[in-house]
Design a protein around this ligand. Structure first.
Ligand SMILES: [Zn+2]
Length: 274
């Protein structure tokens, strides 16, 4: 591909387990192809039973090059104390970025790697415990990249819940919107987003920078929402076209998302949206 999208990324200093993240904006040219951030939705397994909460679960990765390095349970926002310091530091970045309520929804951390770039991180819906998530983070990424990835994943956590999306092949209801990964349920931010900004929400769109904050955003409705949320939180000045401004204004009109964005900005010491 000829075009390369520049995007502002964060530089994070002092990302130790107890450190405070200081953020500076830096320009970085990022590769335009490759799955950089992922989402997987899996169905809840009714056979999981009451003991499920005490066990880790397997998730599947589309990326064959991704190595699963370690798996830990997370309880009430705290990582398994047996995790080594390097993995505690990864978790500390999640603690810095995610508000406490969303941090508490993560029941498992998978430390993964395919080297720098490539896959950065992803969330899977838990198949064992309702409304809980498995977070995967690539240990080869810098804290800067991981912090930004976590803001993107946060958008998934709050817009791909069971009240937002029904995964699977079932036909969508009258008020739902069929998207690539299932039915965005009527009244959800996800369905509103698809209706407002996508002409065909069932397949990838052609990227153009007037309408999409990144190439990855054009890959699917839910990725567009997550990438745009990241822009809303961290670099709203890049929404310099009417279409992008409308996407950022969407979050202003959805109080749960606007409030979350404000929480994340405070946690990361970013200035409030202008
Ligand atoms: Zn994503």
């Amino acid at each position: 591909m000829s075009g390369r999208a520049t995007r502002r990324l964060w530089r994070v200093a002092g990302a130790g387990a107890l450190g405070v993240l200081a953020l500076l904006f830096v320009d970085r040219t990022e590769a335009t192809v490759g799955v950089d951030i992922g989402t997987a939705v899996q169905a809840l397994d009714p056979r999981a039973g009451d003991g499920a909460a005490r066990h880790t679960e397997q998730v599947t990765y589309d990326d064959d090059d991704l190595e699963l390095v370690a798996t830990y349970l997370v309880t009430g926002g705290r990582l398994d104390a047996g995790a080594p310091p390097a993995h505690q530091e990864l978790w500390a970045i999640a603690g810095q970025v995610l508000p406490p309520a969303q941090l508490a929804e993560i029941r498992q951390l998978n430390v993964v790697s395919d080297g720098p770039n490539g896959t950065l991180g992803m969330v899977h819906r838990s198949s064992m415990v309702a409304d809980r998530w498995v977070l995967s983070l690539d240990r080869a990424e810098t804290p800067t990249v991981l912090a930004e990835t976590l803001v993107h994943e946060l958008a998934h956590l709050v817009t791909l819940r069971r009240d937002d999306l029904r995964a699977g092949d079932e036909e969508c209801g009258d008020h739902d919107v069929q998207i690539e990964i299932g039915c965005a349920l009527g009244g959800s931010a996800l369905a509103d987003w698809a209706g407002a900004f996508w002409t065909d929400p069932t397949q990838p769109a052609d990227f153009d920078r007037e309408h999409f904050v990144s190439e990855y955003a054009a890959s699917a409705v839910h990725e567009d929402l997550a990438e745009s949320f990241l822009a809303y939180v961290a670099h709203p000045e890049e929404a310099d076209t009417p279409a992008l401004a409308a996407k950022l204004a969407f979050f202003d009109a959805h109080p749960e998302l606007a409030t979350l964005a404000a929480e994340v900005r405070i946690g990361l010491a970013l200035s409030p949206a202008s």
